[in-house]
Each structure stands twice: as structure tokens, then as C-alpha cells.
Write a protein that binds this ligand. Structure first.
Ligand code: CA2
Length: 144
């Protein structure tokens, strides 16, 4: 059976490609989804790509990931720096997780330097723009 990766995008990432291209690039979230689907299929994997502005919805998706998904790739957006609930959900499901950020969070404001996702992830890819999501597929493919 094809292994499936759940890709979760947090608040405001639906605005990608429309504002702040200097920080987040010119590609839309839909462009990134297409590139991920193509890359995953070359590796015999499938991708379920989602975005939500609602913390609780993201927690629900993570809980559901236990049934039917081999791995999670998550860019939790600003919730990265605030959400104990997302960290707890990721720790609870025990599904291999890679954290992605478009920008290099360590080159930005101090409050972005801490992530609640990292303790629950295998690792973090930060600062490579949209390519980071594709690198995350390679990382996941090596683990699952
Ligand atoms: O660099 C990343 O991927 C971030 O997760 C993006 C978050 C930010 O809060 C994190 O510190 C780093 C913000 C996502 C908002 O995306 C926008 C896209 C276009 C226009 C405005 C916001």
C-alpha cells in the first residue's frame, strides 16, 4: 500500500505568494502542494496537503494522523512559537514528524527562535523557502 504523508500548514500560510514575497517567496501554497505531490509520487509516496488558521483543527488532524499516515510534515506558522497543544498532540501520536519553515527563524526576531514543535520532531528544515518542503520529503522517505 502507498505510504501517505500528512502535510500541515498553520495560520496565514494561505496568504503565501500574495504578500511579503521578500520573506516567504513568490510561490503560493497551491504551487508548493503540486511540487510535493510530484516529488512524493516519484518516491512512491502520497501527500495529503492541508492548511488551517485554527489551532484546534490542527490538533485534531494530528490526532487523526495515527490512523492512515506514515509521517507528518508540519509548518505550524506562528503557532510554532506558542502552541503547547500542538506539541502535546505530536508527542502523543508518535508519528515521525519533520518541521519546516520557509524563512530561517533563527535569523529573525528573538521570539521566533523557540519552537514548541522541535521537541516532537525528528528535525527541522528552516530557511530554504519552498524547497524545504521537498527536502522534508527526502528526510521522511529515509525514515519510513
Ligand atoms: O518561516 C516560516 O515558515 C514561518 O513558519 C512562517 C510564519 C511565522 O510566524 C514563523 O515564525 C515562521 C508566518 C506565516 C505567515 O505567512 C504569510 C505569508 C504571506 C504573507 C503573510 C504571511
Amino acid at each position: 500500500m502507498t505510504k501517505s504523508i500528512l502535510v500541515i500548514n498553520g495560520p496565514n500560510l494561505n496568504l503565501l505568494g500574495t504578500r511579503e514575497p521578500g520573506i516567504y517567496g513568490e510561490e503560493t501554497l497551491s504551487d508548493i502542494e503540486q511540487r510535493m505531490i510530484e516529488k512524493a509520487s516519484l518516491l512512491g509516496l502520497s501527500v495529503d496537503f492541508r492548511q488551517s488558521n485554527i489551532e484546534g483543527e490542527i490538533v485534531n488532524w494530528i490526532q487523526e494522523a495515527q490512523d492512515g499516515f506514515s509521517a507528518i510534515i508540519i509548518n505550524a506558522g506562528a503557532l510554532t512559537h506558542t502552541s503547547v497543544a500542538i506539541m502535546d498532540a505530536l508527542l502523543a501520536v508518535n508519528t515521525p514528524t519533520v518541521e519546516v519553515h520557509l524563512s530561517n527563524i533563527f535569523k529573525r526576531e528573538e521570539f521566533r527562535h523557540h519552537s514548541y514543535i522541535t521537541p516532537a520532531a525528528i528535525g527541522m528544515i528552516t530557511g530554504f523557502g519552498a524547497i524545504g518542503y521537498l527536502l522534508a520529503i527526502d528526510a521522511i522517505n529515509d525514515v519510513i
